[in-house]
Design a protein around this ligand. Structure first.
Ligand SMILES: [Zn+2]
Ligand SMILES: [Zn+2]
Length: 453
């Protein structure tokens, strides 16, 4: 029974099916004992950024970018296309809307971007032809017949040698965690990375729990432990969340981060997740639609933009796609970082690259991609991850969403091998899209003259 339930949880987390379309599977999912969907209506809090115009990037490499893009403080409420937002839009208080800063768009290029959209039932949908639901027969085959090739060793010695877990530098020497010039990235397993850039410490999709599940006694269990605890982290200024799946929005980690940092930490979430965070006790939550942006109070110079991804959301038996999913573009005066979250390949990465690229670093998923027909809509394979890297105009990328949970059926060490092959085939250097050990850090120089201690 547990094996069946584990498979259900795995599918719930990793598979792109719409359970609501398949009553039998929905029944299985409901066995997970989910809570009722959140219904309370709470306005966003702490929604103001300070009103100082954003500084232009100082890097000389940004000059061309600045020719076609300028950052302004909009006194008038503007949407992603620079036009005025529909005043009927119900999701924001007037105070937060009137204080929003926006990127002035590139009118010369008449840049088009893909907006978020919902179906007639109000559930979010993916607006690209690359989104596919697996058929009922595919799902049955996945559940009952497909062989799981992940073959994660049970031996700790083997795992320690293949996927070592290192103690992060900030545990060994907390004094070093005041970042100097450059951008520093530390992989903390799965899609969790710590990025230190432009004076901010940013955490992505934090999961420090043993299982990606509503329960800690069943559901996908991590085969590599977290390299540190929440208590060992340096100061965290911002957390970005990509979507509601349990391997990306972990209740235990949210509770621990909130207990430690409280309102000093700003949570950035896509539309529909604020109420969940508020119920968890988080006070400083910023909920954004695709192409909307905001910042950490007191740090106006770094802009957080919610950008698209091709995925879906689900946390309970009945809340399919009731909250939005997304990626995050974080744009500072000296560095630009992109976090893809969980995604299939879609046309929006070119849009993001055109509007906000080049990025100094992108965190892009490379795992949980087999069987391809079931997973393709929602999870890229390593070859598609390299395409995203190119679309974004990322100078370097770091691989995420692999080596931690066995959520799909590829061999657990296959993603980095295929990544290296894909880079080679495209004539790209191995270092342009690298993997890290759990807990390992890398410093990224964004411009000449960046010197690291
Ligand atoms: Zn997901
Ligand atoms: Zn995931």
């Amino acid at each position: 029974m547990e094996a069946l339930l584990c498979r259900s949880v795995r599918l719930l987390l990793a598979c792109s099916c719409k359970f609501s379309k398949y009553p039998g599977l929905l029944k299985k999912a409901s066995l997970l004992g989910s809570k009722s969907p959140q219904v309370s209506l709470i306005r966003r809090r702490n929604s103001r950024c300070c009103g100082v115009p954003m500084e232009k990037p100082s890097s000389s490499g940004r000059a061309a970018l600045e020719e076609r893009k300028s950052l302004v403080e909009d006194e008038v409420i503007r949407g992603a296309e620079g036009g005025e937002v529909d005043p009927q839009t119900p999701r924001k208080s007037s105070s937060s809307r009137s204080s929003r800063k926006s990127f002035r768009l590139d009118y010369r290029l008449e840049e088009e971007v893909t907006k978020s959209c919902r179906d007639k039932h109000g559930r979010w949908i993916n607006p690209w032809p690359t989104w596919r639901f697996p058929s009922y027969s595919m799902l049955l085959r996945f559940f009952l017949l497909d062989k799981n090739h992940s073959n994660v060793p049970t031996s700790k010695e083997v795992l320690d040698s293949e996927l070592p877990v290192m103690e992060p530098y900030f545990v060994q020497n907390p004094d070093l965690s005041d970042s100097g010039p450059g951008l520093r990235v530390t992989w903390l397993g799965h899609a969790t990375v710590l990025v230190e850039m432009d004076g901010l410490n940013i955490l992505t999709d934090p999961i420090f729990s043993q299982r990606a599940s509503p329960f800690q006694f069943m559901g996908p269990k991590r085969y590599r432990g977290p390299p540190c605890t929440v208590e060992q982290l340096p100061r965290i200024d911002a957390v970005v969340i990509s979507h509601s799946h349990f391997d990306h929005l972990d209740a235990g980690s949210v509770a621990s981060l909130n207990a430690r940092f409280g309102g000093e930490l700003r949570w950035f979430v896509p539309l529909g997740l604020m109420d969940w965070l508020v119920k968890m006790g988080c006070e400083n939550v910023m909920e954004l639609d695709w192409w909307e942006e905001n910042c950490v109070p007191g740090h106006d110079e770094v802009t957080f933009v919610c950008t698209p991804s091709q995925h879906w959301s689900k946390r309970t038996a009945l809340d399919d796609n009731k909250s939005l999913w997304g990626s995050w573009s974080i744009l500072g005066p000296d560095h630009r970082f992109f976090f893809a979250g969980d995604t299939g390949y879609c046309a929006s990465f070119q849009e993001i690259g055109r509007r906000f690229g080049p990025f100094d670093l992108a965190a892009i998923p490379i795992g949980a991609y087999l069987p391809r027909d079931v997973m393709q809509g929602q999870h890229v394979d390593p070859e598609e991850a390299v395409l995203i890297h190119q679309d974004l105009q990322a100078k370097q990328s770091v691989a995420i969403h692999w080596g931690t949970f066995a959520l799909a059926y590829e061999y657990y060490m296959e993603p980095p091998v295929r990544l290296r092959e894909a880079l080679e085939q495209k004539g790209l250097k191995p270092d342009s899209f690298f993997t890290l050990h759990h807990g390992e850090s890398r410093l990224i120089a964004s411009r000449e003259g960046d010197v690291f201690e």
